[in-house]
Design a protein around this ligand. Structure first.
Ligand code: PLP
Length: 438
């Protein structure tokens, strides 16, 4: 009997035995094309440069507490990230994962508000159908109703406005610009309703990942959000935990909107699965306010800035930028989109095919015309996940909502080292899984 406490305790998972490139193998030798590990393994498995960097760092120093030391990999990684980040992100705070990066971002926003002389600012506005992590602050910020439900009594109060989700949100006869106008008006009304002087931050994923399935914003949405935040003195926090680190074809997804946030959270692809690592980037203005004020950020975990994690992440960034693995994302993503469109473009139960770079999804519906989602009790997403796994495909399906505001979707976030034949195999296996379920 296993003593591991698995997440799904009624159906414990099989044992993984090894990974090779884009594939994982179980103990029985079956192989799985890995497109669904929550957008982590951007370099696949067995990357020699990353593993060599980890070994070399272990031989130098495994751990040194940041209360006493900085480390060469942390310094070099921060330099690389700031050089590549959107204008204005100047400092990097290293943590161990995505939820931690979002918690750090929220706490930094709060501490900055206090130190800049605006202690009345503490309210967070985020978006419905978003996910920002599973720790209590991050969970409260997210709008994923199912994940929040059991913990609601423990969560801080956050307002949630509509996401920019054109497939379901844009009304019949409404132009893209009018749709964006409406979303911005909704956000402004919420700021006014809360009292603008109490609002601390607006938090959003530039491309919504797990909750909606690879949904990019349309038009000038984020430029307008930025302008609104500036107008009211509200900090803009981007959560690029899933969509960052090259997943959309640029190192930071926000580059494609020409918008710089005040604070940005990254993780997942930063360590590419070789080490658990995340980071929070912020502006010099925020950093300097704290440096020149209290001089101490009141948030820290033991493993922040872990040298081995930073060495792994530095090697990942080198692979992405110096070896131009990042350059593969847009053409491969376009090829994947074309293949999905060819296979599912007329499928009666595929309502939308969307995404950017190697961050793609299909949305499953009962009826293409009305966009009616499946009844959540049908558990289409869970059955599809099992059917795809049986076909040798790891994908990331998510269920629709009870209120019918979103359908089941299948998120696909394959490694950037995929080749064209893998793209074909991915679509074949997904097709077989969809046939088995619908
Ligand atoms: N933010 C986003 C957008 C995510 O997709 C996730 C995880 O899926 C998180 C935050 C939380 O990251 P982690 O699971 O590493 O704590």
């Amino acid at each position: 009997m296993s003593h591991v406490f698995p997440r799904h305790s009624k159906a414990p998972p099989p044992m993984v035995s090894r990974g090779d490139g884009a594939y994982l193998f179980d103990a029985a030798g079956a192989s799985y094309l890995n497109c669904g590990d929550a957008a982590v393994s951007c370099l696949g498995h067995g990357d020699a440069h990353v593993t060599a960097a980890i070994k070399a760092q272990l031989d130098r120093v495994a751990f040194a507490h940041t209360g006493y030391f900085t480390s060469a990999p942390a310094e070099a990684l921060a330099d690389r990230l700031v050089a590549a980040a959107p204008e204005g992100l100047d400092r990097v705070y290293f943590v161990s994962g995505g939820s931690e990066a979002v918690e750090a971002a929220l706490k930094l926003a709060r501490q900055y508000s206090i130190e800049v002389g605006q202690p009345e600012r503490s309210h967070v506005i985020a978006r419905r159908q978003s996910y920002h992590g599973n720790t209590l602050g991050a969970l409260a910020t997210g709008g994923n109703a199912a994940r929040r439900a059991p913990f609601d009594p423990l969560l801080m109060k956050v307002s949630h406005v509509s996401p920019c989700y054109a497939y379901r949100g844009q009304a019949e006869g409404e132009t893209e610009a009018q749709y964006v106008d409406r979303l911005i008006a909704e956000l402004e009304a919420e700021i006014e309703a809360q009292g603008p002087e109490t609002v601390m931050a607006f938090v959003a994923e530039p491309v919504v990942g797990a909750t909606l399935g690879a949904v990019p914003a349309v038009g000038k949405y984020f430029a307008r959000v930025r302008a609104l935040c500036d107008q009211y003195g509200i900090l803009l926090i981007f959560d690029e935990v899933m969509c960052g680190m090259g997943r959309t074809g640029t190192l930071f997804a926000s580059e494609q909107h020409g918008v710089s946030p005040d604070i940005c959270a990254i993780a997942k692809g930063l360590g590419a699965g070789y080490q658990p690592v995340g980071a929070m980037l912020c502006s010099a203005r925020i950093h300097d306010t704290i440096r020149d004020g209290s001089g101490f950020f009141q948030h820290g975990h033991t493993y922040l800035g872990h040298p081995v994690a930073c060495a792994a992440a530095l090697a990942v960034v080198e692979r992405l930028l110096d070896d131009d693995v990042l350059g593969r994302v847009t053409p491969l993503g376009d090829a994947l989109h074309d293949a999905l469109t060819e296979r599912f473009g007329q499928h009666p139960h595929v309502g939308d095919i969307r995404g950017v770079g190697l961050f793609r999804a299909i949305e499953l519906v009962q009826d293409r015309e009305t966009k009616a989602p499946f009844d959540p009790s049908d558990k289409v997403h869970a059955r599809l996940k099992a059917a795809a796994f049986a076909q040798g495909l790891i994908c990331y399906p998510m269920g629709g909502s009870m209120d019918g505001t979103r359908g089941d979707h299948v998120l696909l976030a394959p490694p950037f080292i995929l080749d064209d034949s893998d793209v074909g195999l991915l679509v074949d296996r997904l097709d077989a899984a969809v046939r088995a379920v619908l």
